[in-house]
Design a protein. Structure first.
Length: 142
């Protein structure tokens, strides 16, 4: 299992960044490896989202999300996957002053096949800074 956390202050409006995070349908436009997204917004608890990703191989996974625009918190938990055993995490999105947003992102992930922890941790942690940069760029586009 790998766990990673990142915190940064970004030069983007807090509400715009939050809207970008919950616009799951648009992830294929700016999230590396994401090829398709299916969103079911009917569950009362929050959206159920199935992601199709091409990494080492093509995988899919379904996450249940909770969203709270007021607190700036988005959480997710794994429902089903052909490749993942665990995928849980959250975003915490707070204003850091005019036009600035403090973003905290945390994830725990585990694959169904054995992957050495050192390699898995390195993969997860090394991808977070570029992922945040892609979200920031997308949020600035509006």
């Amino acid at each position: 299992m790998a766990q990673a956390d990142i915190e940064q202050v970004l030069n983007v409006d807090r509400d715009q960044f939050f809207r970008t995070v919950v616009a799951y349908e648009r992830y294929r436009d700016f999230v590396e490896g994401c090829t398709r997204v299916e969103v079911d917004r009917t569950p009362a608890a929050g959206p159920r989202v199935t992601y199709f990703v091409s990494l080492i191989k093509d995988i899919s996974y379904t996450l249940d999300h909770t969203e709270n625009a007021q607190t700036g918190r988005v959480t997710w938990n794994l429902v089903d996957s052909d490749f993942l055993k665990k995928n849980t995490g959250h975003w915490e999105i707070d204003s850091a002053g005019p036009g600035k947003t403090r973003v905290r992102y945390s994830i725990e992930i585990e694959f169904k096949i054995p992957v050495p922890g050192l390699i898995l941790n390195r993969l997860v942690k090394s991808s977070l800074p570029s992922m945040l940069k892609n979200f920031e760029k997308q949020a600035k586009k509006g």
